[in-house]
Design a binder for this molecule. Sequence first.
Ligand SMILES: Cc1cc2nc3c(=O)[nH]c(=O)nc-3n(C[C@H](O)[C@H](O)[C@H](O)COP(=O)(O)OP(=O)(O)OC[C@H]3O[C@@H](n4cnc5c(N)ncnc54)[C@H](O)[C@@H]3O)c2cc1C
Length: 438
Amino acid sequence: MDTSATKTRVVIVGGGFAGLACARQLAKGDDVQVTLIDRNNYHQFTPLLYQVATAELGSGDVATSLRQSLRAHANVDVKMSEVMVADPGSRTVTTRDGKSYQGDFLVLAAGSQANFFNTQGAEQHSFPLYSLEEAERLRSRVLAVFEDADRDPGLVDKGALNFVVIGGGPTGTELAGALADMINLTLPREYPDLAVKRARVYLVEHGSALLAPFSAEAHDYAARALQRKGVRLLLGQAVTEVATDHVRLSDGSVIPTRAVVWAGGLMAAPLADNSGLPRGRGGRIDVQPDLTVAGFPRVYALGDFANIPGADGHPLPQLASVAQQCGVWTATNILAEIAGKPRTAFHYHDKGIMAMIGRDAAVAEIGKKRHELEGPIAVAAWLGVHALLMSGVRERIEAFVDWAWNYFGRVRPIQVLDRCNENRIDWGEDTERTTTTH
Ligand SMILES: Cc1cc2nc3c(=O)[nH]c(=O)nc-3n(C[C@H](O)[C@H](O)[C@H](O)COP(=O)(O)OP(=O)(O)OC[C@H]3O[C@@H](n4cnc5c(N)ncnc54)[C@H](O)[C@@H]3O)c2cc1C
């Protein structure tokens, strides 16, 4: 007998850290029927995206099938579709193909997208790093400039091997370190005829330090670790323009480049625009301490999609651990409400933060303690900490084995230049060659 009609229906948008955790926890409720909608059929493990972008890991190491992750739960249905509109009043969402899904509860967990802060040309010409698709595009661009420069070494004078990373937060810092390692350790062997040592990684940060959420000592440690790898730090500088062949900085200088990575900020995914819900910083949905939206007691917003008040009144940071914990909390609140019990305010259990700076350095802050780690221990600690966030045991083991193999072998087996994702670079005439450069 089909009992789904009598069950409480919950519609979840987004199978990221928040949505997936929520679905798994809800699945434990006997009288609940969950529909999880994601525009992809996989969950992406974002902390490892920069390893995909620098050819250290393959896409399969960081993506898990949502259906496989949830197949043990008969009361969870997965739909691959992009939600275009959410109507909080009726708790209904409508997908790109015109289908509507209505729930007794609606959970919005659609994550983030890059925020270009209206920087001229940034959206058109830079490579953000928030999704697996974006990581694959960036990898193709990095490999494409090396292939082109290998065929025509004159392109190096046009800045072909200049890589500019915009934003010195954790994503930009980690990526700059990984790019430097790729250039220093792997590519000289792959391109013996090319002057790979002329490649440059620039990290541009408009603030005065890297890794803003960390302590001052960690800022210095990260800066020293990157400089040791040859990364040029441009602190206190903003990018004012990104073009096909250069970036311009706030001091008027120009860096010729064909590979600009945007790690300069995040805002809520586009669905927030079409939800009619109150939005605060970063366009994120403002939620109450119990994670519901004011005026809509059965509508929740979670993870990166929401401004979640922390214990000190400030919004919690955009972290996988925050997203995962609030996914579980939301499910618990929904199950409580179904059982006639009150909802409770979300409490985030902060286990600390960690950033990997290339393959041999990491900084971790747990409580008031700071740990600087070097070499294989740094890699193992980072993976150990993040393995807890990974959804599948298989992925944990495979990513660990692949990464360890590449670490000791200094190889990048995933050097796949995907032309579907990468338009050929138009090298044209470089208009900026006469301008001051770094
Ligand atoms: C490069 C990088 C490295 C990071 N490293 C770390 C780290 O080391 N540690 C850490 O704690 N955090 C890290 N983060 C932050 C962390 O990834 C986020 O905080 C976390 O992913 C937020 O989870 P979420 O579920 O809110 O969103 P996401 O994980 O982004 O999931 C959102 C989901 O919604 C789907 N979606 C979006 N729009 C729609 C739509 N309209 N219709 C259907 N589906 C939709 C997406 O496909 C996606 O699956 C990193 C982020 C990045 C970009």
